[in-house]
Design a protein around this ligand. Structure first.
Ligand SMILES: [Zn+2]
Ligand SMILES: [Zn+2]
Length: 389
C-alpha cells in the first residue's frame, strides 16, 4: 500500500501548519505559542481527550478507536527548536531572531497533527492512540519531564513509537535497526586545580594549564587503547576555560566534554576511565580535580518486536526497497530513549532527501515527505491495534 489517499488530500493543510510552526520557533520548555497551536488543532479534530501541561508544556491527545477495546499505544513528536540564526532564505523563515527549527521538529509536530486529524475521522482500530507532543528534546529533558508527570500510567500506554527525519536518506524512505539506533549522550565537567602565581616563576606554582593539556591528550587513549575497536565510543573535550592575562598562571582550568556510545555498559566504564586518568595526571603534577559526569541521555534502544512492526508498516508505505531494516546507528543522542526505557517501542528515521544537515542554519524540513510520515503513523496505529478477528 502506498501513501494513504487522505494523507495526500491533507498534504496542503499540514504543510501550512508546518510552515507556520517553522516561522515561529520556540525553545526548550518555553513553548506557549506552539503548544497552544497544537492543542487548538487537536480539539478541532474532535480528539476524545486533549491534556496540556504534561511535563510543563507537553500536550497529549487521546483518540479512541471504533472497533472495541484494546491497549493504548503512544506516538511521539517533539516540538522545540534551536538557538541558531536561520540562513535558509525560504519564505517561511524564522521570524524569531536567533531561533530556528533546524532539526525538523516543526515537521514532526505537523505530521503527527495530520495523523491525529485522520485518526479522529476514521478510528479504524481497537483501543486507543495516544499522541504525545513533547517539549525540550534538544536539551534532553522533555521526555523525562513528561514521564515524571505520569505520561505512561495516566494514559495506559503499553508501547511507544517515535520518528525523526534524516537528511541524506532518500526522500520519504525509512530506516531502522533493532537495539542501539542512536547513541547515549553524556556530559562531563573536569575542574583541574593547581596553584596560581607569576608566569615568570613556574617553580613556585602548580600550573593547571599544563596539567589540563596532558589530561586532554591522555583522554584520547580511552577510545584508541581502552575500547574494543568494534565498539563505538566518542570522547570529546569541547570547551576549555582558564586564565586572565599573559603573565599570570591561573588557579584552575575548567574542561567540558561529552561521551557518546551505543553500548549502555560502556557509559559507566568510560566515565570511570576519564576520572582515573584525570586524577592520576593531576596528582602527579601536584594538583587535583573535581569531576562531574551527567549521563543525561541513554542509548536509544529499539525493542526487537516493535522494530519489526515499525519496519513492516514502513514497507507498507514505501515498499520493501524503501525501508532499510539494518540502518547505520547515529552517534547523536535522542531523549526518546527515556520513553523506550519506560515502555517497549521503536524509533524510526524518515528520509528528508538531499537537504542541509540537522542543526545547520540552512536546514529546512522537506514538506514533500509529509504524506509518507502521516501514513506511517496512521498505518502503525491500525496495524498495532487491529481488532482481533
Ligand atoms: Zn536536534
Ligand atoms: Zn531532533
Amino acid at each position: 500500500m502506498p501513501v494513504l489517499n487522505r494523507a495526500a488530500e491533507l498534504h496542503g493543510e499540514v504543510t501550512a501548519w508546518r510552515r507556520h510552526l517553522h516561522s515561529l520557533p520556540e525553545i526548550g520548555f518555553e513553548l506557549d505559542r506552539t503548544a497552544t497551536f497544537v492543542a487548538e488543532r487537536l480539539r478541532e479534530f474532535g480528539c476524545d481527550d486533549v491534556v496540556t501541561g504534561i511535563g510543563q508544556s507537553g500536550v497529549v491527545a487521546v483518540i479512541r478507536g471504533s472497533k472495541g477495546d484494546g491497549p493504548a499505544i503512544g506516538l511521539r513528536a517533539d516540538m522545540d527548536a534551536l538557538p541558531i540564526v536561520e540562513t535558509s532564505g525560504v519564505e517561511h523563515s524564522s521570524k524569531v531572531s536567533g531561533t530556528m527549527h533546524a532539526c525538523g521538529h516543526d515537521g514532526h509536530t505537523a505530521m503527527l497533527l495530520g495523523a491525529a486529524k485522520h485518526l479522529a475521522e476514521t478510528r479504524n482500530f481497537a483501543g486507543s492512540s495516544v499522541l504525545i507532543f513533547q517539549p525540550a528534546e534538544e536539551i534532553g529533558r522533555g521526555a523525562n519531564a513528561m514521564i515524571d508527570d505520569g505520561l505512561m500510567h495516566r494514559f495506559g500506554i503499553e508501547r511507544v513509537f517515535g520518528m525523526h527525519n534524516m537528511p541524506g536518506l532518500k526522500e520519504g524512505s525509512f530506516a531502522i535497526r533493532p537495539d542501539g539506533i542512536m547513541a547515549s549522550s553524556s556530559r562531563f565537567t573536569l575542574i583541574v586545580k593547581g596553584v596560581g602565581g607569576h608566569a615568570a616563576r613556574p617553580q613556585s606554582v602548580v600550573d593547571p594549564i599544563v596539567i589540563a593539556a596532558q589530561i586532554i591528550e591522555a583522554l584520547q587513549v580511552i577510545v584508541s587503547r581502552n575500547t574494543d575497536p568494534l565498539q563505538a565510543v566518542v570522547v570529546s573535550v569541547t570547551k576549555v576555560s582558564a586564565g586572565t592575562a599573559f603573565n599570570i598562571i591561573p588557579e584552575q582550568v575548567e574542561l567540558l566534554g561529552t561521551v557518546r556510545t551505543l553500548d549502555p555498559a560502556l557509559v559507566g566504564v568510560t566515565r570511570d576511565r576519564i576520572e582515573h586518568i584525570a586524577r592520576s595526571i593531576a596528582e602527579a603534577g601536584g594538583g587535583s580535580i573535581e569531576y562531574d559526569f551527567d549521563a543525561a541521555v541513554p542509548v536509544t534502544l529499539n525493542h526487537a518486536e516493535e522494530t519489526v512492526l515499525a519496519a513492516d508498516v514502513a514497507a507498507d508505505i514505501a515498499g520493501e526497497a524503501g525501508i532499510d531494516r539494518a540502518a547505520e546507528p547515529v552517534m547523536a543522542g535522542e531523549d526518546f530513549s527515556q520513553m523506550l526505557r519506560a515502555r517497549p517501542g521503536a524509533f524510526i528515521f524518515i528520509g528528508n532527501g538531499d537537504t542541509a544537515g540537522l542543526h545547520h542554519p540552512a536546514y529546512d524540513f522537506n514538506d514533500a515527505i509529509i504524506p509518507q510520515g502521516m501514513s506511517y503513523w496512521v498505518r502503525l496505529v491500525e496495524t498495532a491495534l487491529a481488532p482481533r478477528a
